[in-house]
Write a protein that binds this ligand. Structure first.
Ligand code: HEC
Length: 114
């Protein structure tokens, strides 16, 4: 096996999984909630394209709106797979959340987005 491949595997083994099914909620649970984290994160980074009220959606599909806590729980897997941890395709940039914020999103969603 070429060594670059081993390196790539090792690198992807640390940090949150890129698949929602493998997302890990810490044993002690999470202090993150919709009120203290999730709402602010989604409003700041997603809703200016994805909000149901947005007219200029810049291509964001109408089926994907994150207006309230329930809609985020319903779409947790999709949100995780595009934005949490090492998944960085959403938002499309340039003002992306930093790694710590993406890791927090991963933890919050993995714990059921309380
Ligand atoms: C600048 C506008 C913009 C922002 C900000 C944005 N998105 Fe999107 N989003 C799009 C566009 C355009 C698409 C359709 C193209 C694609 O799927 O890449 C999309 C598609 C999606 C999809 C659907 C993928 C599918 O399976 O079809 C999800 C889920 C998503 N975005 C989540 C998010 C989340 C979560 C955030 C915030 C962390 C976010 N987006 C921020 C524009 C945006």
């Amino acid at each position: 096996m070429p060594s670059f491949f081993v390196l790539a595997l090792t690198a992807s083994a640390c940090g949150p999984s890129d698949e929602f099914e493998e997302a890990i909620c810490p044993e002690e649970g999470t202090d993150l909630t919709y009120e203290n984290f999730g709402k602010t994160f989604m409003d700041r980074h997603c809703q200016y394209c994805h909000g149901s009220w947005v007219e200029e959606r810049r291509g964001a599909p109408g089926a994907y709106t994150f207006d309230d806590h329930d809609s985020i729980i319903d779409q947790a897997e999709h949100i995780y797979n595009r934005s949490a941890g090492d998944n960085t395709s959403m938002p499309p940039g340039p003002d992306d959340p930093d790694v710590e914020e993406r890791d927090m999103l991963a933890e919050w969603l993995a714990c059921g987005a309380p």
